[in-house]
Design a protein around this ligand. Sequence first.
Ligand SMILES: Nc1nc2c(ncn2[C@@H]2O[C@H](COP(=O)(O)OP(=O)(O)O)[C@@H](O)[C@H]2O)c(=O)[nH]1
Ligand SMILES: [Mg+2]
Length: 258
Amino acid sequence: MAHSQQQSHNTVATDGYSEDGGKEDLVILVMGATGAGKSTFINTVLGQRDRMPVGRGLTSGTANIDYGVIKLSGRRVFMVDTPGFDDTYRSDVEILQQIADWLAGSYHRGLRDGNIIYLHDVSQDRLTAADRKSLQMVKHLCGNAAWAKVVLGTTKWDRFASEKERDKALKREEELKDKEWKSMIANGSQVHKFEGTPGSALRFINSFLHRYGTAPATILQIQQELAIDRKSFLKTRAGKFAAAHEPKPWWRTSCTIQ
Ligand SMILES: Nc1nc2c(ncn2[C@@H]2O[C@H](COP(=O)(O)OP(=O)(O)O)[C@@H](O)[C@H]2O)c(=O)[nH]1
Ligand SMILES: [Mg+2]
């Protein structure tokens, strides 16, 4: 952690955070499975089509953490693109550690108001095990007190050519709200649809901007643990969860031949 914080002081690497933040600045981590549309969402907010690399097929276009800044209602909003947890080459622990390092580094440089947008591709038929796990991860990053700092979003609504298809997707969204997202919504998370338009993307951001004024009432659990309690990443709730759910590498799983 110390390593990447230091690095962020001197470089403008995409992995590090290198600008000084102020009380009025907002950080929004955009999270969700690979292919959910995180990079596309950020590009739409920034109004720059190719700012973040967009993935093709099942491969992720986002390997490292990168961010773009937009000014809204007089406040700087740092849109942070994150790799999906279900990466082929890196473990969830590695990815989460990268996100945690970035958040701790930016916190120490004055960017305190951390928020999360969690995106889900509504054209996908059902939730995968990886979806459920990454949602748990978000819950552990956020903690119990900061639910209003998470906006849950569904993407790819523009994919539905017919009313019938859209109705099916609406039903899936209702199911999500009724089951997997229920406790988060009950505790203050809002839900929005990303329809591929700048207006629909800005609705997400506005729900943060209008929530607290300029003083965040709470910080994310992971910010508290890393930056204030000075815990090492693996001692945080999210770090412990990710490490406990890490699948064993194949060479460590014992195999019995019958
Ligand atoms: N139709 C449609 N396609 C989208 C949308 N968002 C993302 N995509 C496509 O989904 C794929 C993955 O998008 P990307 O932004 O890289 O997802 P990420 O892995 O979550 O960053 C790309 O082919 C995008 O063009 C959307 O809202 N509508
Ligand atoms: Mg991406």
